[in-house]
Structures are given as structure tokens and as C-alpha cells.
Design a protein around this ligand. Structure first.
Ligand SMILES: [Zn+2]
Length: 551
């Protein structure tokens, strides 16, 4: 997802954007312990028995969107495989939308609604391993809500309809019925969108057909041939101009408002070198059959799979700002790079639970640094990642409580990236680091994983026990502090880590920048003989995200 801006910048952005999503203020970052989860958070966040008893196979979402009435109606045909004998499954649809009927063949199923959840009951147990299919018919006036709008019925600057969805966090069930969680994805999906014929819908996957319905509406049929997160499923309905390019046999399609065609052609030229860099480091673009699209929208951007959305004003930086404040951000368009990085980190490799969302955001933010290194060199990349330090709060752990729909703090982005840069320094071998990045993307391609899987992968690949390092950075609020005690008389320095994790051990480079020495501190005192005086003694804090205490 895109990042949060200060409320001041959001007010500024209102001036620049003729069309804006609902004015958003960033959520307040609480320094206290999170409050007990609400019933809604448990229903939404828990992978409970009626979610875990089935495995999604496919969705066929067939809807009609009326821009004048701001009304949606249609059905989702949900196919799933039972993992045990059972009579009930759990689906989600926002309470303000109507369940018209749920059909199982010709049988109308009973259901119970509780907040945003719909429990669907079958007349007889569905057998383990059987494939099943239901048609979930619904309709209503979906509400704009959440940081990205969820779904918004807007007008473009020329006064034409512009309807977009961006529902990460809020949940895809804000506009369509589905199994609204991150652990289970469909294998593929059909998305059929009927809209007034003067408009165009650009969604995920390939356009499989376009049918004039004869009543002033045209239906766009999109075929998504890969697993997809619910929140990535996206409508972009408007008056779009289209241009295209190719990178080898990967299709790259671009959509913008007619007035912005020249600006888009200039700015979207960054997509190709971005794609080349990411493919070089992270392996082939994961959704090649579906192609890559970049689509103009009225909010700043979102990583919708194979249909990345863009609203960064056709300018470098992030909303015209030097995002990390160290003179590197203005060399590229933050939204093109960050949101496209999610195709590997978030869309291909997905965190199974919102508590592990750094798997999406920490990695996508680190991918920005990889992009900078590929295009502008290592020095800029190091400057860029360290620019993120000013945004880190270290007030609560990056990983939140599992199963209760608790979104991690912003540290998941910046501290997540700084942690990965630290991990690179621990490995201290550029060739090996690159091989690890590539192997990580290959190993977890199209998988939904937990932090435990990431840790096990790095431990196994490196033959090291990196678990205490992961734990300190991700499961504790504070970063490691290197405590130094100088004994000037005998030319030595004592050192140890001050950390919450007891068995924490991590190498670090110290001494003189021109001639680093690698020491292996633990939480016990050790001593190093050195002729470097206290005032000249340096620690490589741009390679390792740590505090240093000099005594
Ligand atoms: Zn993101």
C-alpha cells in the first residue's frame, strides 16, 4: 500500500489534486499497549474453524456498477474445496450491503450475518476433499471508507465518472462478498464488470472479452490466471487513454486520463527500467501471463496485482516531496517503484496474517533501496535507506498480535527496510545477499507465509542462527544498542549488546571507516585491543541499524 503522509501534507495535496479521495488523516500511533480486540476484529482477523475448513479455488465476480446511483449489484460464484466434513463456512460482506440470496445449485442456503461476517450453512455436511460452488448474490450502495476510500464514486477534473477501489485494510468485502482474509487465495479469478458504455473498466488480469449488453451498458470480462489477494482485486472505471510497450514478451499497458497523456508517457517511461532492475534482482515478473499495467487513479497509489494504480501527479519523489530527505528520492517516481515492488513482495509472496505485514511493506520498502542501487549505485542506496531512520518510532514491535486484525505501525515500512539492510551487513557478502534475495522470491513465489517461514529460510540458507536478530528487530520495540567502554590507559574497548532478546549476537564493524574491524558482540562483555581513541572510534551505523552508547 502507499504510505501515510502527515495531515499537513494531506491538506497541501488537496490543493494540487483536482480530484481527491476522502481527506484522510493518518491513524494515531498509540504508544500504549493495544486495546483488546473488538468482536469485529476477531471476526475479520481470526482464521477460525469455518475459514480453515475450506480452501478457495476460484471466484467469478459478475457485477453491474451504476455510477449515477452509486449502486452495485451482482454475484460472486465462489468455488472451494472442503478440508474436512462440515456444514458451515465463513464469508464476509460489509453490513451495509444486502445479501440477496446464496444459491447452492438450485437450493437457497440459510445464512447468519454478524457485523461484516456471513456464516453460510449447508443442509447436509460437505465432504472432505470435495469441490463445491455457491453463488452469492448481493446488492447495495457501498460506502467510501478507510484510508484509501475502499470504493469511491468520483468525478475526474473534467467532470466525468471515475470509480475506483482501493480496499487494503478496510477489506475487499467493502464492495464484494468473499472470504476476506490473507491466508487463503483463489487460484484464479474472473471479474465481469458491466458499466455504462461510454466508460472503460481496467482491472486485473487480461481482458477476455467486451460485450455490448444492448441497454447502454457494456460488460468487461477480465481473466486473472494467478492466485490473487482479495484486496488486490480492483475496479478502475473512467475515461481512460491507453498506450503500451513491451519488455521482451512481457506486455506493459498504461492508462491515464486523456488530458494527462503526454505527462504519463514521459513519467511512465520509468516502468521499464524498474521492471528490468526488479527482474534482475528478484526474478521474472511473477504475473507475466496477466501482463503489467499502470493505471492513473485519484489517490496516490496501490499495488493491485497486474494492475498497479498510480496517482503521484506524474512527478518524481512522493507527492512532489523528497520523501527520505537525503536528495535521492527526487531521482525517481516513488509510487511507480514502491507499488510495483509489491508484485514480488505482497502479491507473489504474501504475509498470511496482517500481523506479519512487514512481509509486504518492509520488503517492498527495501526493494526501493535495491532499485536505487541498481540504477544509481550503492552509495545512493545506502544514503536512501538511512534516510528512513527519521521516520522510525521504535515505540512498539513491528509484528502485532496474530489473528485479531491488528495493523502494524508504520515502522513495518522503514524499520523493516533498515532491518533488511542490517541483515545484509550481517551476511557481509554482496554476492551471497543477491543470491539470497533471488532465492527468497523463488522459494515463496505465490505463497502465503509467516515471519517464522522467513526466519527459517535465512537460517537454513546461511547456516547461522539469525532468530535472535529477527526477534529483536521485529518482535521488540527497541533496536540493539552497542555499549562501549573505553579503557584509554591500556588501549582497549569493552563492548556488549544491550538488547531485550537474551541470546542476541550480531557482528558489527567498528574502529575506522577506512579500516573496519568486525567484532562479534554478544550480551556479555568482551574486550578489543585498539589504538583508536574514544573520540575517533566509529561504528558502521549506516550498515547496521543500531544505537551506540559510548562510556
Ligand atoms: Zn506498500
Amino acid at each position: 500500500m502507499r504510505l501515510k503522509l502527515s495531515s499537513q501534507l494531506i491538506r497541501l495535496s488537496l490543493v494540487f489534486l483536482a480530484v481527491v479521495a476522502t481527506a484522510k488523516t493518518p491513524p494515531q500511533q498509540s504508544t500504549s499497549a493495544p486495546s483488546a480486540p473488538s468482536r469485529a476484529d476477531i471476526l475479520r482477523g481470526e482464521y477460525g474453524p469455518w475459514r480453515a475448513n475450506n480452501d478457495l479455488l476460484s471466484y467469478d465476480l459478475d457485477i453491474r456498477v451504476d455510477p449515477e446511483k452509486k449502486f452495485i449489484s451482482g454475484k460472486n460464484t465462489i468455488r472451494f474445496k472442503m478440508l474436512k466434513d462440515d456444514t458451515r463456512i465463513q464469508l464476509d460482506l460489509f453490513a451495509n450491503l444486502n445479501v440477496d440470496k446464496i444459491l447452492f445449485g438450485s437450493t437457497e442456503l440459510k445464512y447468519t450475518r454478524e457485523l461484516g461476517t456471513v456464516f453460510v450453512d449447508f443442509p447436509a455436511p460437505l465432504k472432505k476433499n470435495s469441490a463445491q460452488s455457491i453463488e452469492f448474490h448481493y446488492s447495495g450502495f457501498p460506502q467510501e471508507t478507510g484510508r484509501f476510500g475502499g470504493i469511491s464514486f468520483r468525478k475526474d477534473p473534467a467532470g466525468r465518472h471515475w470509480i475506483t477501489t482501493a480496499c487494503q485494510g478496510v477489506g475487499a468485502s467493502v464492495w464484494w462478498p468473499n472470504k476476506d482474509q490473507q491466508q487463503d487465495e483463489v487460484e484464479n479469478m474472473r471479474l465481469r464488470v458491466a458499466i455504462p458504455s461510454a466508460l472503460t473498466d481496467v482491472s486485473n488480469g487480461r481482458l477476455a472479452g467486451k460485450t455490448d449488453l444492448g441497454d447502454g451498458y457494456t460488460r468487461y470480462d477480465w481473466a486473472i490466471s494467478y492466485p490473487i489477494n482479495n484486496y488486490c482485486v480492483s475496479l478502475n472505471i473512467g475515461h481512460y487513454e491507453h498506450f503500451s510497450d513491451k519488455l521482451g514478451d512481457l506486455t506493459m499497458d498504461f492508462y491515464c486520463l486523456p488530458e494527462n497523456l503526454e505527462k504519463a508517457k514521459r513519467q511512465f517511461a520509468q516502468a521499464k527500467p524498474m521492471m528490468e532492475a526488479f527482474q534482475q534482482y528478484f526474478g521474472e515478473y511473477p504475473f507475466k501471463r496477466d501482463g503489467y499495467k499502470l493505471i492513473e487513479v485519484p489517490y496516490s497509489g496501490m499495488e493491485h496485482q497486474s494492475a498497479v494504480t498510480y496517482g503521484n501527479r506524474f512527478a518524481n519523489g512522493y507527492l512532489e516531496r523528497d520523501w527520505t530527505g537525503v536528495g535521492v528520492s527526487l531521482k525517481f517516481d516513488f509510487i511507480i517503484i514502491h507499488e510495483s515492488a509489491h508484485e514480488w513482495f505482497g502479491n507473489s509472496v504474501t504475509g498470511s496474517d496482517i500481523s506479519d505485514m512487514w512481509i509486504q511493506e518492509g520488503w517492498a520498502t527495501y526493494a526501493e533501496c535495491v532499485y536505487v542501487e541498481a540504477l544509481f549505485g550503492k552509495e545512493d542506496a545506502l544514503k536512501y535507506v538511512n534516510g528512513y531512520k527519521s521516520k522510525v518510532k521504535n515505540q512498539q514491535p513491528i509484528i502485532t498480535t496474530r489473528g485479531v486484525n491488528q495493523t502494524p505501525s508504520q515502522d513495518q515500512y522503514f524499520k523493516g527496510a533498515l532491518f533488511l539492510n542490517t541483515l545484509r551487513s550481517v551476511i557481509d557478502n554482496d554476492g551471497q545477499w543477491r543470491r539470497l534475495l533471488r532465492a527468497y522470491c523463488d522459494r515463496f513465489k505465490y505463497n502465503n507465509i509467516m515471519t517464522e517461514d522467513v526466519v527459517a529460510f535465512f537460517n537454513q540458507q546461511t547456516g547461522k542462527n539469525l532468530t535472535p536478530i529477527f526477534d529483536q528487530y521485529l518482535r521488540r520495540a527497541a533496536i540493539p544498542a552497542l555499549e562501549l567502554r573505553f579503557q584509554e590507559s591500556d588501549g582497549g574497548v569493552s563492548y556488549r549488546w544491550k538488547t531485550d532478546v537474551k541470546d542476541f549476537a550480531m557482528p558489527v564493524k567498528v574502529g575506522r571507516k577506512t579500516d573496519w574491524r568486525i567484532i562479534q558482540p554478544t550480551t556479555e562483555w568482551k574486550t578489543l585491543k585498539t589504538d583508536v581513541k574514544k573520540e575517533d572510534f566509529e561504528v558502521a551505523t549506516d550498515l547496521y541499524y543500531i544505537d551506540v552508547i559510548k562510556n
